[in-house]
Design a protein around this ligand. Structure first.
Ligand code: PGA
Length: 249
């Protein structure tokens, strides 16, 4: 079902104690806004089980999972482990994972399969770098990312995916995509999905925007018909800012 979602990606920030305290405040503030949007927090792996204990209305996501189901993969965390800890969502294909850890769409396809097989909801990130936008290649780049990582899925499987469009040039830079740029891409993505899976499936998919989203620009971004919420980095580290973005709905 097409949901409004605001998800906070904490990245590699906050000690365990700081993370639990942040989650507590987010839960308190979010519970007063029930029904506005599904609020999700994505703490580091180490924090997940402790953070989960303080959440009721807020959902929880991991920032990644392994591309293999189990075995000799030192340092990895599997989709089944996340599921066993009560985790609901998993962010996959974040541009930082692609850029710093060599995650390709082929690797992401395996992660998506394992997440879905374990009944986790993938928040699949896509987006172009600045030079691709400057050369007007952004639409094609995003289409290829979607096709290569996701289009092996059945329509039933695809209906359990959340997409996050995150132009890489907007992540952590303070430069946000304009409302028109976001709507253009989100509308394009929905069209690509409709072509592949049909309009009924495409209309049910939540497509989030990510990249320097703040309380001051979220309202304009979320007012677009194809923008169903946000994936928030920096502004999710402060409960007031993060909930300010939820209030933008
Ligand atoms: P940002 O990060 O909000 O700090 O730009 C967004 C993201 O990486 O998901």
């Amino acid at each position: 079902m097409r949901k409004k979602i605001v998800a906070g990606n904490w990245k590699m920030n906050k000690t365990l104690q700081e993370g639990v305290a942040l989650a507590q405040t987010v839960e308190q503030m979010a519970s007063a806004l029930s029904g506005v949007a599904q609020v999700v927090v994505a703490p580091p792996f180490l924090h997940l089980t402790e953070v989960k204990k303080v959440l009721k209305t807020v959902s929880i996501a991991a920032q990644n999972c392994a591309a293999e189901s189990s075995g000799a993969y030192t340092g990895e965390v599997s989709a089944a482990m996340l599921k066993s800890a009560g985790i609901e969502y998993v962010i996959l294909g974040h541009s930082e994972r692609r850029a710093y850890y060599g995650e390709t769409d082929a690797i992401l396809a395996k992660k998506v399969d394992l997440a879905l097989a374990n009944r986790l909801t993938p928040i699949f990130c896509c987006g172009e770098v600045l030079s691709e936008r400057e050369q007007n290649l952004h639409l094609g780049v995003v289409k290829t990312q979607l096709a290569d990582a996701l289009f092996h899925l059945s329509a039933e499987q695809f209906s359990r995916i959340v997409i996050a469009y995150e132009p890489v040039w907007a992540i952590g830079t303070g430069v946000t995509a304009t409302s028109d740029q976001a709507q253009e891409m989100h509308h394009y993505i929905r069209g690509v999905l409709a072509e592949k899976y049909g309009a009924a499936v495409a209309n049910e998919i939540s497509i989030l925007y990510g990249g320097s989203c703040k309380p001051s620009n979220a309202g304009e971004l979320f007012a677009n018909p194809d923008v169903d919420g946000g994936l928030i980095g920096g502004a999710s580290l402060e409960a007031g800012d993060f909930i300010g973005i939820v209030k933008a709905f």
